[in-house]
Write a protein that binds this ligand. Structure first.
Ligand code: ADP
Length: 416
Protein backbone atom coordinates (compact mmCIF):
# COMPACT_ATOMS: atom_id res chain seq x y z
CA UNK A 1 0.00 0.00 0.00
CA UNK A 2 1.25 3.45 -0.85
CA UNK A 3 1.56 5.81 2.09
CA UNK A 4 0.24 9.34 1.57
CA UNK A 5 3.05 11.79 0.95
CA UNK A 6 3.99 13.74 4.07
CA UNK A 7 4.05 16.89 1.98
CA UNK A 8 6.60 19.53 1.21
CA UNK A 9 9.11 20.79 3.77
CA UNK A 10 10.60 24.26 3.55
CA UNK A 11 14.10 24.15 5.03
CA UNK A 12 15.73 27.49 5.80
CA UNK A 13 19.47 27.10 5.40
CA UNK A 14 22.11 29.70 6.14
CA UNK A 15 24.44 30.01 3.19
CA UNK A 16 27.42 28.44 4.94
CA UNK A 17 26.50 25.45 7.05
CA UNK A 18 27.59 21.90 7.65
CA UNK A 19 24.08 21.03 8.70
CA UNK A 20 22.52 20.93 5.25
CA UNK A 21 23.60 17.37 4.50
CA UNK A 22 22.06 15.82 7.62
CA UNK A 23 18.70 17.49 6.93
CA UNK A 24 18.71 16.73 3.22
CA UNK A 25 19.52 13.06 3.91
CA UNK A 26 16.84 12.80 6.57
CA UNK A 27 14.25 14.32 4.22
CA UNK A 28 15.20 11.86 1.52
CA UNK A 29 14.95 8.89 3.88
CA UNK A 30 11.50 10.03 4.97
CA UNK A 31 10.30 10.52 1.41
CA UNK A 32 9.65 14.19 2.09
CA UNK A 33 9.54 16.67 -0.78
CA UNK A 34 12.09 19.33 0.04
CA UNK A 35 12.43 22.98 -0.81
CA UNK A 36 15.65 24.60 0.37
CA UNK A 37 15.35 28.30 1.06
CA UNK A 38 18.47 30.42 1.22
CA UNK A 39 19.38 34.07 1.15
CA UNK A 40 21.33 34.07 -2.09
CA UNK A 41 19.69 33.19 -5.39
CA UNK A 42 21.04 30.00 -6.91
CA UNK A 43 21.42 29.36 -10.62
CA UNK A 44 19.75 26.00 -9.96
CA UNK A 45 16.54 27.75 -9.01
CA UNK A 46 15.40 27.88 -12.66
CA UNK A 47 16.30 24.24 -13.20
CA UNK A 48 14.58 23.13 -10.00
CA UNK A 49 11.78 25.63 -9.36
CA UNK A 50 10.16 23.56 -6.60
CA UNK A 51 13.40 22.61 -4.89
CA UNK A 52 14.96 26.01 -4.30
CA UNK A 53 13.69 29.41 -3.32
CA UNK A 54 15.36 32.66 -2.30
CA UNK A 55 14.02 34.43 0.79
CA UNK A 56 15.10 37.66 2.45
CA UNK A 57 16.22 36.30 5.84
CA UNK A 58 17.04 39.81 7.06
CA UNK A 59 13.33 40.74 6.95
CA UNK A 60 11.14 37.94 8.37
CA UNK A 61 7.87 39.57 7.27
CA UNK A 62 9.09 39.95 3.72
CA UNK A 63 10.43 36.38 3.78
CA UNK A 64 7.00 35.19 4.92
CA UNK A 65 5.40 37.06 2.01
CA UNK A 66 7.86 35.47 -0.43
CA UNK A 67 7.21 32.02 1.10
CA UNK A 68 3.45 32.56 0.75
CA UNK A 69 3.87 33.37 -2.95
CA UNK A 70 5.98 30.25 -3.41
CA UNK A 71 3.44 28.14 -1.50
CA UNK A 72 0.66 29.12 -3.93
CA UNK A 73 2.55 27.20 -6.62
CA UNK A 74 4.03 24.48 -4.37
CA UNK A 75 2.01 23.98 -1.18
CA UNK A 76 4.16 23.76 1.97
CA UNK A 77 3.30 21.43 4.84
CA UNK A 78 6.05 22.37 7.29
CA UNK A 79 8.93 24.80 7.87
CA UNK A 80 12.22 24.43 9.75
CA UNK A 81 14.83 27.09 10.52
CA UNK A 82 18.25 25.54 10.93
CA UNK A 83 20.11 28.38 12.65
CA UNK A 84 19.32 31.37 14.87
CA UNK A 85 18.20 33.71 12.08
CA UNK A 86 16.38 30.90 10.30
CA UNK A 87 14.37 30.19 13.46
CA UNK A 88 13.00 33.75 13.46
CA UNK A 89 12.13 33.59 9.76
CA UNK A 90 10.57 30.13 10.20
CA UNK A 91 8.30 31.53 12.92
CA UNK A 92 7.08 34.32 10.64
CA UNK A 93 6.45 31.84 7.82
CA UNK A 94 4.68 29.39 10.13
CA UNK A 95 2.38 32.15 11.32
CA UNK A 96 1.63 33.35 7.78
CA UNK A 97 0.97 29.88 6.37
CA UNK A 98 -0.67 28.45 9.52
CA UNK A 99 2.04 25.80 9.90
CA UNK A 100 3.42 24.25 13.07
CA UNK A 101 5.89 26.67 14.61
CA UNK A 102 6.71 29.18 17.31
CA UNK A 103 4.96 32.48 17.81
CA UNK A 104 7.25 35.14 16.24
CA UNK A 105 7.63 36.84 19.65
CA UNK A 106 8.96 33.60 21.16
CA UNK A 107 11.43 33.13 18.31
CA UNK A 108 12.66 36.70 18.78
CA UNK A 109 13.05 36.25 22.54
CA UNK A 110 15.12 33.14 21.91
CA UNK A 111 17.24 35.02 19.36
CA UNK A 112 18.13 38.18 21.27
CA UNK A 113 20.15 37.67 24.42
CA UNK A 114 18.87 40.79 26.20
CA UNK A 115 15.22 40.19 25.37
CA UNK A 116 15.70 36.63 26.51
CA UNK A 117 17.25 37.60 29.86
CA UNK A 118 14.39 40.03 30.48
CA UNK A 119 11.69 37.47 29.72
CA UNK A 120 13.36 34.76 31.78
CA UNK A 121 13.92 37.06 34.77
CA UNK A 122 10.33 38.33 34.56
CA UNK A 123 9.08 34.74 34.81
CA UNK A 124 11.39 33.82 37.68
CA UNK A 125 13.71 31.55 35.69
CA UNK A 126 17.14 31.60 37.37
CA UNK A 127 19.47 33.77 35.25
CA UNK A 128 22.57 35.73 36.26
CA UNK A 129 22.18 39.40 37.13
CA UNK A 130 22.49 41.29 33.81
CA UNK A 131 22.66 44.82 32.46
CA UNK A 132 22.41 46.20 28.96
CA UNK A 133 25.32 48.44 28.03
CA UNK A 134 27.04 49.85 24.99
CA UNK A 135 30.65 49.45 23.86
CA UNK A 136 30.92 53.24 23.55
CA UNK A 137 30.14 53.96 27.22
CA UNK A 138 32.78 55.46 29.50
CA UNK A 139 34.85 52.43 30.36
CA UNK A 140 36.25 53.78 33.66
CA UNK A 141 32.81 54.45 35.07
CA UNK A 142 31.40 51.19 33.82
CA UNK A 143 34.33 49.10 35.05
CA UNK A 144 33.94 50.65 38.53
CA UNK A 145 30.24 49.73 38.68
CA UNK A 146 30.05 46.12 37.55
CA UNK A 147 30.36 43.08 39.80
CA UNK A 148 33.29 40.74 39.24
CA UNK A 149 33.79 38.20 37.82
CA UNK A 150 31.49 39.20 34.97
CA UNK A 151 30.85 38.18 31.38
CA UNK A 152 30.57 40.60 28.46
CA UNK A 153 28.71 39.38 25.40
CA UNK A 154 27.19 40.53 22.12
CA UNK A 155 23.40 40.30 21.81
CA UNK A 156 23.21 38.39 18.55
CA UNK A 157 26.36 36.47 17.76
CA UNK A 158 26.63 32.72 18.26
CA UNK A 159 29.05 29.93 19.18
CA UNK A 160 30.52 32.01 22.04
CA UNK A 161 31.95 34.51 19.57
CA UNK A 162 32.75 37.69 21.49
CA UNK A 163 31.85 36.23 24.89
CA UNK A 164 34.58 37.31 27.36
CA UNK A 165 35.00 36.97 31.12
CA UNK A 166 36.54 39.83 33.11
CA UNK A 167 37.79 39.51 36.70
CA UNK A 168 38.65 43.14 37.47
CA UNK A 169 38.52 46.66 36.09
CA UNK A 170 41.64 46.41 33.87
CA UNK A 171 40.34 43.09 32.50
CA UNK A 172 36.99 44.72 31.84
CA UNK A 173 38.59 47.55 29.89
CA UNK A 174 40.56 45.13 27.73
CA UNK A 175 37.50 42.93 27.14
CA UNK A 176 35.34 45.90 26.17
CA UNK A 177 37.87 47.08 23.62
CA UNK A 178 38.20 43.64 22.13
CA UNK A 179 34.44 43.22 21.95
CA UNK A 180 34.07 46.61 20.25
CA UNK A 181 36.34 45.44 17.43
CA UNK A 182 34.51 42.11 17.14
CA UNK A 183 31.14 43.88 16.84
CA UNK A 184 32.53 46.21 14.20
CA UNK A 185 33.97 43.32 12.20
CA UNK A 186 30.71 41.41 12.42
CA UNK A 187 28.67 44.48 11.48
CA UNK A 188 26.65 44.22 14.70
CA UNK A 189 24.87 46.78 16.83
CA UNK A 190 26.97 48.21 19.66
CA UNK A 191 24.85 47.03 22.59
CA UNK A 192 26.23 44.35 24.85
CA UNK A 193 25.17 42.40 27.91
CA UNK A 194 27.26 42.50 31.05
CA UNK A 195 26.28 39.78 33.47
CA UNK A 196 27.53 37.98 36.57
CA UNK A 197 29.75 35.00 35.84
CA UNK A 198 27.95 31.83 36.94
CA UNK A 199 30.44 29.23 38.21
CA UNK A 200 29.85 25.49 38.05
CA UNK A 201 29.63 22.70 35.51
CA UNK A 202 27.78 23.39 32.28
CA UNK A 203 25.46 21.11 30.34
CA UNK A 204 23.73 21.35 26.99
CA UNK A 205 20.11 20.30 26.81
CA UNK A 206 18.77 19.18 23.45
CA UNK A 207 15.02 19.05 23.27
CA UNK A 208 11.95 18.98 21.09
CA UNK A 209 9.00 21.13 22.12
CA UNK A 210 5.65 19.62 21.18
CA UNK A 211 2.57 21.70 21.82
CA UNK A 212 4.43 23.66 24.49
CA UNK A 213 5.78 20.57 26.29
CA UNK A 214 9.55 20.01 26.40
CA UNK A 215 10.71 16.50 25.49
CA UNK A 216 14.34 16.03 26.49
CA UNK A 217 16.31 14.36 23.69
CA UNK A 218 19.70 14.50 25.38
CA UNK A 219 21.54 16.11 28.26
CA UNK A 220 25.25 16.56 27.49
CA UNK A 221 27.98 17.10 30.07
CA UNK A 222 30.83 19.39 29.07
CA UNK A 223 33.70 17.79 30.97
CA UNK A 224 36.23 20.53 30.19
CA UNK A 225 35.56 23.42 32.56
CA UNK A 226 34.27 26.52 30.81
CA UNK A 227 35.72 29.13 33.15
CA UNK A 228 36.86 31.60 30.51
CA UNK A 229 38.19 34.08 29.75
CA UNK A 230 36.89 32.72 26.41
CA UNK A 231 34.32 30.00 25.93
CA UNK A 232 35.32 27.80 23.03
CA UNK A 233 33.56 24.47 23.54
CA UNK A 234 35.29 21.11 23.37
CA UNK A 235 33.75 17.84 24.54
CA UNK A 236 30.04 17.00 24.80
CA UNK A 237 29.17 13.61 26.33
CA UNK A 238 25.79 12.08 27.04
CA UNK A 239 24.28 10.66 29.23
CA UNK A 240 25.14 13.19 31.92
CA UNK A 241 27.15 12.02 34.91
CA UNK A 242 25.71 14.69 37.19
CA UNK A 243 23.69 13.39 40.15
CA UNK A 244 20.04 12.70 39.28
CA UNK A 245 18.64 15.57 41.41
CA UNK A 246 20.91 18.05 39.58
CA UNK A 247 19.81 16.67 36.22
CA UNK A 248 16.17 16.94 37.24
CA UNK A 249 16.69 20.52 38.38
CA UNK A 250 18.38 21.39 35.08
CA UNK A 251 15.55 19.87 33.05
CA UNK A 252 12.97 21.71 35.17
CA UNK A 253 14.89 24.93 34.53
CA UNK A 254 14.83 24.21 30.80
CA UNK A 255 11.06 23.59 30.96
CA UNK A 256 10.56 26.87 32.81
CA UNK A 257 12.59 28.71 30.17
CA UNK A 258 10.55 27.20 27.32
CA UNK A 259 7.36 28.32 29.03
CA UNK A 260 8.73 31.78 29.88
CA UNK A 261 9.81 32.50 26.31
CA UNK A 262 6.58 31.11 24.88
CA UNK A 263 8.32 28.50 22.73
CA UNK A 264 5.60 26.13 21.47
CA UNK A 265 6.98 23.86 18.74
CA UNK A 266 10.25 22.48 17.44
CA UNK A 267 13.85 21.94 18.49
CA UNK A 268 15.64 23.79 21.28
CA UNK A 269 19.27 23.82 22.31
CA UNK A 270 20.00 25.25 25.76
CA UNK A 271 23.13 25.84 27.83
CA UNK A 272 22.67 25.58 31.59
CA UNK A 273 24.93 25.57 34.62
CA UNK A 274 24.56 23.98 38.02
CA UNK A 275 26.08 25.02 41.34
CA UNK A 276 25.26 25.14 45.07
CA UNK A 277 22.46 27.59 44.34
CA UNK A 278 20.82 25.27 41.84
CA UNK A 279 20.36 25.42 38.05
CA UNK A 280 20.96 28.51 35.90
CA UNK A 281 19.77 29.18 32.41
CA UNK A 282 22.70 30.54 30.37
CA UNK A 283 21.03 30.52 26.96
CA UNK A 284 18.19 28.90 25.06
CA UNK A 285 18.03 28.82 21.27
CA UNK A 286 14.96 27.72 19.29
CA UNK A 287 16.98 25.58 16.89
CA UNK A 288 18.87 22.30 16.98
CA UNK A 289 22.46 21.85 18.17
CA UNK A 290 24.96 23.44 15.78
CA UNK A 291 27.86 22.34 13.64
CA UNK A 292 28.12 18.64 13.02
CA UNK A 293 27.32 17.81 16.64
CA UNK A 294 23.85 16.41 15.99
CA UNK A 295 25.50 13.22 14.71
CA UNK A 296 26.21 12.37 18.37
CA UNK A 297 22.47 11.87 18.91
CA UNK A 298 20.59 8.83 17.63
CA UNK A 299 17.20 7.63 18.71
CA UNK A 300 15.41 4.32 18.98
CA UNK A 301 13.09 4.49 16.03
CA UNK A 302 10.77 1.49 16.47
CA UNK A 303 8.35 1.12 13.58
CA UNK A 304 9.54 4.34 12.02
CA UNK A 305 13.19 3.32 11.87
CA UNK A 306 15.83 2.48 9.36
CA UNK A 307 17.56 -0.88 9.11
CA UNK A 308 19.66 -0.25 12.19
CA UNK A 309 16.53 0.79 14.08
CA UNK A 310 17.88 4.27 14.79
CA UNK A 311 16.72 7.72 13.74
CA UNK A 312 18.72 10.92 13.48
CA UNK A 313 17.87 14.17 15.27
CA UNK A 314 17.03 15.70 11.89
CA UNK A 315 14.51 12.93 11.19
CA UNK A 316 12.71 13.65 14.45
CA UNK A 317 12.66 17.37 13.74
CA UNK A 318 11.29 16.85 10.23
CA UNK A 319 8.67 14.36 11.42
CA UNK A 320 7.52 16.80 14.04
CA UNK A 321 7.39 19.76 11.65
CA UNK A 322 5.26 17.81 9.17
CA UNK A 323 3.02 16.16 11.76
CA UNK A 324 4.30 12.69 10.85
CA UNK A 325 4.20 9.92 13.50
CA UNK A 326 7.03 10.29 16.03
CA UNK A 327 8.94 7.42 17.62
CA UNK A 328 9.37 7.26 21.42
CA UNK A 329 12.01 10.07 21.49
CA UNK A 330 14.41 7.88 23.45
CA UNK A 331 18.11 8.17 22.83
CA UNK A 332 19.92 4.92 22.00
CA UNK A 333 21.32 3.03 24.99
CA UNK A 334 25.01 3.65 24.31
CA UNK A 335 26.89 6.66 25.61
CA UNK A 336 27.88 9.10 22.90
CA UNK A 337 30.07 12.12 22.56
CA UNK A 338 31.54 14.67 20.23
CA UNK A 339 34.61 16.83 20.50
CA UNK A 340 34.59 20.18 18.79
CA UNK A 341 38.27 20.24 17.94
CA UNK A 342 39.91 23.28 19.54
CA UNK A 343 41.50 25.84 17.25
CA UNK A 344 45.21 24.99 17.63
CA UNK A 345 46.31 28.61 17.18
CA UNK A 346 46.00 31.54 14.82
CA UNK A 347 47.31 30.84 11.34
CA UNK A 348 46.68 29.38 7.95
CA UNK A 349 46.03 25.65 8.02
CA UNK A 350 48.49 23.70 5.90
CA UNK A 351 47.78 20.13 6.82
CA UNK A 352 46.25 17.88 9.45
CA UNK A 353 48.30 14.79 10.32
CA UNK A 354 47.24 11.68 12.20
CA UNK A 355 43.64 11.48 10.98
CA UNK A 356 43.85 7.74 10.26
CA UNK A 357 45.52 7.16 13.65
CA UNK A 358 42.79 9.18 15.38
CA UNK A 359 40.07 7.20 13.57
CA UNK A 360 41.73 3.98 14.70
CA UNK A 361 41.24 4.77 18.40
CA UNK A 362 38.74 2.26 19.79
CA UNK A 363 35.20 3.69 20.17
CA UNK A 364 35.95 6.54 17.77
CA UNK A 365 33.39 6.52 14.95
CA UNK A 366 34.52 9.43 12.87
CA UNK A 367 37.00 12.26 12.65
CA UNK A 368 35.66 15.01 10.40
CA UNK A 369 38.10 17.77 9.55
CA UNK A 370 35.94 20.59 8.23
CA UNK A 371 38.65 23.24 7.82
CA UNK A 372 40.36 23.26 4.43
CA UNK A 373 44.06 23.62 3.71
CA UNK A 374 44.64 27.32 3.14
CA UNK A 375 41.86 28.32 5.56
CA UNK A 376 42.72 30.90 8.21
CA UNK A 377 42.03 29.52 11.70
CA UNK A 378 40.89 32.15 14.17
CA UNK A 379 40.91 31.40 17.92
CA UNK A 380 38.14 32.63 20.24
CA UNK A 381 36.80 35.17 21.07
CA UNK A 382 37.20 36.60 17.55
CA UNK A 383 36.68 33.21 15.92
CA UNK A 384 33.72 30.85 16.06
CA UNK A 385 34.58 27.98 13.71
CA UNK A 386 35.97 24.68 14.90
CA UNK A 387 38.42 23.04 12.50
CA UNK A 388 36.65 19.71 12.89
CA UNK A 389 34.76 17.21 15.01
CA UNK A 390 35.50 13.82 16.58
CA UNK A 391 32.68 11.37 17.34
CA UNK A 392 32.72 8.37 19.69
CA UNK A 393 30.28 5.87 21.15
CA UNK A 394 30.75 3.36 23.95
CA UNK A 395 29.29 1.70 27.01
CA UNK A 396 29.99 4.57 29.40
CA UNK A 397 30.44 8.33 29.18
CA UNK A 398 33.88 7.92 30.80
CA UNK A 399 35.04 5.60 28.02
CA UNK A 400 33.66 7.91 25.36
CA UNK A 401 35.41 10.92 26.88
CA UNK A 402 38.71 9.02 27.05
CA UNK A 403 38.40 7.95 23.42
CA UNK A 404 37.74 11.51 22.25
CA UNK A 405 40.79 12.80 24.13
CA UNK A 406 42.98 9.99 22.83
CA UNK A 407 41.91 10.62 19.23
CA UNK A 408 42.51 14.34 19.61
CA UNK A 409 45.99 13.58 20.98
CA UNK A 410 46.86 11.84 17.71
CA UNK A 411 46.03 14.83 15.53
CA UNK A 412 48.65 17.38 14.55
CA UNK A 413 47.60 20.64 12.93
CA UNK A 414 50.32 22.17 10.80
CA UNK A 415 49.84 25.93 10.61
CA UNK A 416 51.68 28.60 8.72
P1 ADP B 1 26.50 32.06 22.33
O1 ADP B 1 25.08 32.12 21.89
O2 ADP B 1 27.41 32.90 21.51
O3 ADP B 1 26.99 30.67 22.50
P2 ADP B 1 26.16 32.27 25.22
O4 ADP B 1 25.42 33.32 25.92
O5 ADP B 1 25.51 30.92 25.14
O6 ADP B 1 26.53 32.80 23.76
O7 ADP B 1 27.58 32.13 25.89
C1 ADP B 1 28.53 31.22 25.41
C2 ADP B 1 29.18 30.48 26.56
O8 ADP B 1 29.80 31.43 27.43
C3 ADP B 1 28.23 29.70 27.43
O9 ADP B 1 27.99 28.40 26.92
C4 ADP B 1 28.97 29.68 28.75
O10 ADP B 1 29.96 28.68 28.78
C5 ADP B 1 29.66 31.02 28.77
N1 ADP B 1 28.83 32.01 29.48
C6 ADP B 1 28.02 32.92 28.93
N2 ADP B 1 27.43 33.67 29.89
C7 ADP B 1 27.87 33.21 31.07
C8 ADP B 1 27.65 33.57 32.44
N3 ADP B 1 26.85 34.58 32.77
N4 ADP B 1 28.30 32.86 33.39
C9 ADP B 1 29.14 31.85 33.06
N5 ADP B 1 29.40 31.49 31.82
C10 ADP B 1 28.78 32.15 30.81
Amino acid sequence: MLRPSPGRLLLLLPTATYRATAFVEAARRLGVELTVASELPSTFEQVQPAGLVTLDFSDPERAAQQAAEFARRHPIAGVIGVDDDGAVVAAAIAERLALKGNPPAAALAARDKHLQRRELARHGVPVPRFELHNVDEDVTQLAARVHYPCVLKPLRLAASRGVIRADDAPGFGAALERLRTILEQAGCERSILVEDFVPGPEVALEGLVIDGRLEVLGLFDKPDPLDGPFFEETIYVTPSRLPTPAQQALVACGEAAVAALGVREGPIHAELRHNARGPWLIELAARPIGGRCSAALRFTAGETGRENGLASLEELIIRHALGMPLPALEREERAAGVMMIPVPGAGVLREVRGIAEARAVPLVEDVAITAHPGEALVPWPEGSRYPGFIFARGETPEAVERALRAAHGRLTFVLE
